[in-house]
Each structure stands twice: as structure tokens, then as C-alpha cells.
Design a protein around this ligand. Structure first.
Ligand SMILES: [Zn+2]
Length: 388
């Protein structure tokens, strides 16, 4: 019995998804047209529509005017997606900030929000903050969550600790009564850039995020690579100096230790320029303070050298550079391009395009949505319930 109930539940979800997909693809339509379009029986379709209306996922709008003469009675009302229904939520639990993004039932990102997090907060506390932030933004914007399908959450660091994922996912799942999946937040940013941003339409992408830390994500053949231990894309922990300083990852001379903003601030100080933080550093670089420019260019060159190895192995069409440093544009992108050009394999076709990220700091939260969107596609073929 249990099995049959599960099967029915899955079937109903699949039917709902087919109806929603048709409305996404073609916009509002009458029930009759939806029946033709989805191949569902009239009875099944009417039941699915009532259920979706009850949850606020779809609404009835004005009558359809298809130019055909009407028979007796009122013209058929059209069913459309409710633009105020939240379908997917993306959450980014960063070291200092929590960001959330909400996609509506048409799969458009309709809201993003940010809040500060205490540096010592654990995943569960951060998840609670995210829940409060989501509830507030939904209230402010009139977004309903009864049609919510899933939450995708980004976490800092390697994803090999199930308890971390579980803690965050449990809180969010309990709060919203829905499925939750987690991944590394730099990888999710890569996915978002490929879905909506600078890597759109590219199937093979190397994404690097350069800020306080250095992270990344690789997409190969359209698929986000996770690796055997959830550590794929950890560009910041490639060693650039085996005799260098120890890193929290257990390695030595990691790229992050060399080019993360704390290292850049230190390097600038050793050349006589005292800066108080990332904003200060970016400002000095933008105004081309000579010592700071040199520090940034050298660091970009080092990043380019590491990326050249990745490019030789993955052969991406595009390298996307995100994070605070990417806002410096050509100052950091040109040395990376030069390194990739000089270090390209002999006979290589040409180095990949190196472009700045498009989506800004909300990229990882949007990536949580992109992660769950991919789980919905492609849609399974849907039989009708008649023979169940
Ligand atoms: Zn490291």
C-alpha cells in the first residue's frame, strides 16, 4: 500500500510539473487547451488545476479570446501561473553574510536579500537566520510559499561532512516542509553564471571566485563537477609553493594564502601602503596606486598560472572570474589572459575567453535555485492515471 501511495504521489507531482511546464512555455490558456497540450484526461487535468489553485501556484485570469465564436454560456477562463508564488529558494550561507534568492513559479528570480551573520555562527544558526530573512522578504513582497518545491543551499568549504549539510538542510526543510539540497557555494555560483550569467550557453566552464578566499567550480559537458569527495573546484588550495606557509586545509603554500585579500593587504603593507580592508584595497587599485597595482597584477598572474593548468586539463570555452577582485576588470583579467596565452599547450586552438562574472554577490544564492531547477529537468514522460 505504501508503495502504491508513493507511486501515486510521484505521478501527481509529475502531472503538476507537466501542467506548469506547459503554462511556462505558452503562457495562460483555457483548461480545454491545457488538456490538448498536456495529453492528460479532462478529469485528471481539472483535479490538478484545483490542487494547484488551492496552493496558489496558478490563478484564473480573464477569458481566452482566440477569435472563435463562442457557444452559449460564459467564455472559458484562462489558467495562468501565479507570479507571486515562490517555487524555489536559493540560500547562501557565507562566512559573514547570508543571502537568499527566490524564484517564482515561472522560474524567474523575483527577489534577493542579504543579512549579516556572526562569524562564529554554525550552519544551524545561519539556517535560522536565512529562514527569518526569507519570511520577511516574502511578507514584504507578497510572495506566497505554499507552492514551494525545493530549497538549494550553498555552504562554505568542502562538502565531505554530512553533518554540516544535514544541520543546515534539517532547519530549512523543517521550516518550509520541503526538499533541501546543499552544495559548495562557489560551485553554486558557477552554476548560476552558467544558467543566467557570464557563462550562459557555454557547456565547458571554469569559474573562479577571488575574494578573501579563492574558490571555484568546473562545468564539463554541461554538468557541474563535484568530485569523489565534494572537493572539485577548490582552486584556492592548489599549492603554488610547497615550502610556503601552512594553510587551514592542511596543505602548504596554497594559492589562497598567496592571493586572498588578506595576503594582498599584507603584500601592500610590506611595500609601504597600509590599507584597512578589501574596499580600501580595491579603491587603491582602481586609483592605480603603483605599489598596490603591482601587488594585484602579480597575484592575478599567479592565479593565471594555476588556471593555465586547469585549462590544459579541462579545455573550457570560457573562464569566468568572480568575487571582489574581478570588479577591477582588465587590471586582473589581462594578466590572467596573458598567463593563459603564454602557458597554453603547444598547438592548442586558442586560450578560452576570460570574462568577468555577471551576477554579483547574489550568485551563490541564485545557484541554489539553479541546482534545484536542474533536478526538475528534463521532465519524465507522464502516463495518465487511468490505468493505475
Ligand atoms: Zn589550503
Amino acid at each position: 500500500m505504501e508503495k502504491r501511495a508513493d507511486a501515486l504521489q510521484r505521478l501527481r507531482q509529475a502531472h503538476e510539473e507537466v501542467v506548469l511546464a506547459a503554462l511556462r512555455a505558452e503562457g495562460p490558456m483555457s483548461r480545454t487547451r491545457l488538456t490538448e497540450r498536456t495529453g492528460l484526461s479532462r478529469t485528471t487535468l481539472f483535479a490538478i488545476i484545483s490542487e494547484l489553485m488551492e496552493r496558489g501556484a496558478v490563478i484564473e485570469t480573464g477569458a481566452e479570446d482566440d477569435g472563435r465564436p463562442r457557444g452559449r454560456g460564459r467564455p472559458a477562463a484562462r489558467v495562468s501561473l501565479n507570479p507571486d508564488a515562490g517555487l524555489l529558494i536559493g540560500v547562501d550561507l557565507g562566512r559573514r553574510r547570508i543571502r537568499v534568492a527566490i524564484a517564482n513559479i515561472a522560474r524567474q528570480v523575483v527577489a534577493t536579500a542579504v543579512d549579516d551573520s556572526a562569524p562564529d555562527a554554525d550552519e544551524a544558526e545561519q539556517a535560522d537566520l536565512a529562514v527569518a530573512l526569507i519570511r520577511k522578504i516574502c511578507e514584504d513582497r507578497g510572495i506566497g510559499l505554499r507552492a514551494l518545491e525545493a530549497v538549494g543551499v550553498g555552504l562554505v568549504g568542502v562538502m565531505d561532512a554530512p553533518d554540516r549539510r544535514w544541520r543546515a538542510a534539517e532547519r530549512l526543510g523543517a521550516a518550509f516542509g520541503t526538499r533541501v539540497e546543499a552544495d559548495n557555494n562557489a560551485r553554486l555560483a558557477a552554476l548560476a553564471e552558467q544558467t543566467w550569467g557570464a557563462a550562459r550557453s557555454a557547456e565547458d566552464v571554469v569559474y573562479v571566485r577571488w575574494s578573501v578566499g579563492v574558490g571555484g567550480g568546473f562545468i564539463s559537458g554541461g554538468r557541474l563537477l563535484r568530485g569523489a569527495h565534494g572537493a572539485s573546484g577548490e582552486l584556492g588550495h592548489v599549492s603554488v609553493d610547497p615550502a610556503g606557509p601552512p594553510c587551514h586545509c592542511g596543505g602548504r603554500g596554497c594559492l589562497e594564502k598567496r592571493i586572498g585579500t588578506p595576503a594582498l593587504l599584507e603584500a601592500a603593507a610590506s611595500r609601504g601602503v597600509r590599507l584597512t580592508g578589501t574596499d580600501d584595497l580595491l579603491e587603491a587599485a582602481r586609483s592605480r596606486t603603483p605599489a598596490v597595482t603591482r601587488v594585484v597584477v602579480e597575484a592575478a598572474r599567479t592565479l593565471g598560472t594555476v588556471l593555465a593548468g586547469t585549462v590544459a586539463q579541462l579545455d573550457p570555452a570560457r573562464v569566468v572570474v568572480g568575487g571582489d577582485l574581478a570588479t577591477l576588470g582588465g587590471l586582473v583579467l589581462d594578466p590572467i589572459r596573458e598567463a593563459l596565452g603564454e602557458l597554453a599547450l603547444p598547438g592548442a586552438r586558442r586560450p578560452p575567453d576570460v570574462v568577468p562574472a555577471d551576477l554579483g554577490p547574489a550568485a551563490s544564492a541564485m545557484g541554489g535555485i539553479a541546482l534545484m531547477l536542474r533536478k526538475q529537468d528534463p521532465l519524465p514522460p507522464v502516463p495518465d492515471t487511468a490505468d493505475l
